[in-house]
Design a protein around this ligand. Sequence first.
Ligand code: PMP
Length: 429
Amino acid sequence: ADDYSQLLEERKAVIGRNLSISYRKPLKIVKGALQYLYDDKGDTYIDCVNNPSHVGHCHPVVVRAMQRQIATLNTNSRYLSDHLVEYAEELLRTLPSNLAVVYFTNSGSEANDLAIRMSRHFTGRKDVMVLDHAYHGTSTVAMEMSPYKFDGKGGFGQMPYIHKAVSPDLYRGEFRYDDPLAGEKYAIDVQQILEKNPGKIAAFICETLLGVGGQIPLPDHYLENVYKHIRAAGGVCIADEVQVGFGRVGEKFWGFELQDVQPDIVVLGKPIGNGHPLAAVVVTREIADAFNNGMEYFNTFGGNPVSMVTGRTVLQVIQSEQMQQHALETGNFLMEGLRDVMSKHPIISDVRGYGLFVGAEMVKDKTTMAPAVDEINAVVEKMKERGFLLSTDGPLYNVLKIKPPMVFNKQNAADMVRHLDEVLTELNF
Ligand code: PMP
């Protein structure tokens, strides 16, 4: 790290001290190719964690399409463009038919912000219900919807129009894996918040697998019940698919499909542009009509030709390379391997996920469930030294998150699992 100390100091001086950086000894990554990243020393890393590079870093088909378009035209969406309409149509074909209109933005935060605004127009209400460890982004409104931030270190606290429902955590929560009715029971909290706030809640928003909240799959029937309660109370149901969507969960293309529900608004981000700033809000025609109230909507970069061509190509690559099926098979293989490691090392207490959206929780002791924070950081650091990039998440910072580019293969998974086993042995965990 010493050779980077000057660059690190310069970075802090000119771009702020709170822009976080991965790893105690930071990496200087200079090149990416599919699931591999390369540093300035020529070392190769298997990327197990960067999900925005959905079809792989610098995927050649995507890069070529982007190069062609950027050399031809990039401007705002105030001119007619085939790319804009064609991509919107292709995106809509992946979604249930109730979702009919797409608004393009440049980041997940911006998209969530717009989704909330649209739900407020539609309902004439202001309040929003979120899950209690959620993260929905970094714009001011998105931060207000993110307990992970407003309740966290340096947070500004909860706004009066935000309501927090309990996260349905089957490992740590009140209702656990052994309770077949957990989904219904967790939804009661949502119902009670609605009863206490009649006519106030414009929208309920959650991820369809909790990401920053700890890589938590939702219990069966959870969203079905939540959406029923929200709709009965006149609110709008928003699915934040910024991390979960676009084939990653394997069994389905969208996370909400795992719960057998149809949201009124779906928010997209990270994977759809493969690392290029592209995000979207997809809404029902009724919500779009309410938003179209005379005020112009314009977004300088939203829907620009380079973004549209990028998005279309990413979608085509997912389909032509059958990445959803690949994520399912590789993810199942990976989780099997992780469960083997769990059986040998008591520090791992839970392995969970769908497809290539996987979490492994680490505790000091299985009875107290005390989070093994220093320990997990040591594991992440050692794995990095062995060439595997991982990270942590969760309200207690003790969940190993594994969300590699979708081209991550079984050999990568087997290697990662073997090294994890060795690192845990080395550290006596
Ligand atoms: N929603 C979720 C679920 C996220 O995880 C994130 C980013 N981590 C966002 C929204 C915000 O997206 P962005 O960083 O692109 O603004």
